[in-house]
Write a protein that binds this ligand. Structure first.
Ligand SMILES: [Zn+2]
Length: 294
């Protein structure tokens, strides 16, 4: 029996909420208001995440998959700006939402995997090489600059972290280029401003995709937007999935590094956040030190 407060009931609500959000996101994005553009990933008005009376109707996997946004490369986007590579992994994600973690397999969209931190090794995090595709055209230099300043937010907090721009790879800047850890490429989408990946994401999905709306996102500067995305690259989850936010729950597959921070660069402002510019906080700086060292 799934009572109102049972874990099963809660995950069903969470799953259904996510589908509702994804659908609303699509509608919301099509409305193309200025406010909608001020969002990384899903544009989620807080009220949109409120479960409705039909939450007891559990969607089939097929319904769930059909309602999940697919990126230009065929990958699935969940939680606003996080990537899932294949149907098999999406099925695992669906099963996790319904049944909780399967301890025999790794999750891929989370910053803990079987309870272990999803992070880079010390040598990897000291040399996170990337290129910036020449396909950005007239915006190429702007992207190079914003990536450097976004990376510097984390690099200035921990001496262990070093993002390394490899300009010689810009003409062949894709996930197939094995000379760099990840590529930074343009995308055209109304679904998000930018999206990234986690350390455990397969190599073929390790890219940061940036839509042109990054240049017209109001108080969210390109530096802070890319700082948020590079936070995912380092393994950080959305801060608003923590219960203290009271909304925008994603899942519980994470480990806290600091007390809850409603102003975190990883907290969507529209999810009961207390900062409207995605700037980095002292708690963010403490968190990255807690994970990677000073
Ligand atoms: Zn994000």
């Amino acid at each position: 029996m799934a009572g109102a407060c049972s874990p099963t009931r809660r995950v069903v609500i969470a799953l259904h909420r996510r589908i509702t959000v994804l659908r609303l996101t699509r509608t919301f994005a099509l409305a193309a208001t200025a406010a909608a553009a001020l969002c990384i990933g899903a544009a989620i008005p807080a009220s949109a995440a409120t479960p409705t009376a039909d939450d007891a109707d559990v969607p089939s996997y097929q319904e769930f998959a059909a309602s999940t946004y697919r990126d230009v490369d065929g990958s699935y986007i969940v939680n606003g700006d996080e990537v899932i590579s294949t149907q098999g992994e999406l099925k695992k994600f669906y099963d996790f939402m319904l049944n909780g973690p399967d301890t025999s397999t790794d999750g891929l969209i989370v910053n803990t995997v079987n309870g272990a931190d999803d992070k880079w090794s010390a040598s990897q995090v000291s040399n996170l090489t990337y290129c910036v595709s020449t396909k950005f055209g007239s915006r190429h230099a702007d992207v190079v600059s914003a990536m450097a300043s976004g990376a510097a937010l984390w690099e200035s907090a921990s001496s262990k972290i070093n993002f390394v721009y490899v300009g010689s790879a810009d003409g062949n800047c894709t996930t197939r280029n094995k000379s760099i850890v990840f590529s930074v490429e343009p995308v055209q989408t109304s679904q998000y401003i930018a999206r990234a990946f986690f350390p455990s994401t397969p190599d073929r999905q390790q890219n940061v995709l940036i839509d042109d709306s990054i240049w017209s996102s109001g108080s969210w500067t390109p530096t802070n937007i890319l700082g948020h995305e590079l936070g995912h690259v380092l393994g950080f989850r959305h801060e608003h999935t923590r219960p203290e936010s009271g909304t925008c729950f994603e899942d519980s597959n994470w480990r806290p590094l600091t007390p809850y921070d409603s102003s975190s660069i990883m907290h969507y402002p529209q999810c009961n956040g207390t900062s409207d510019d995605l700037s980095m906080t002292s708690a963010d700086r403490a968190g990255v030190v807690a994970l990677y060292g000073n």
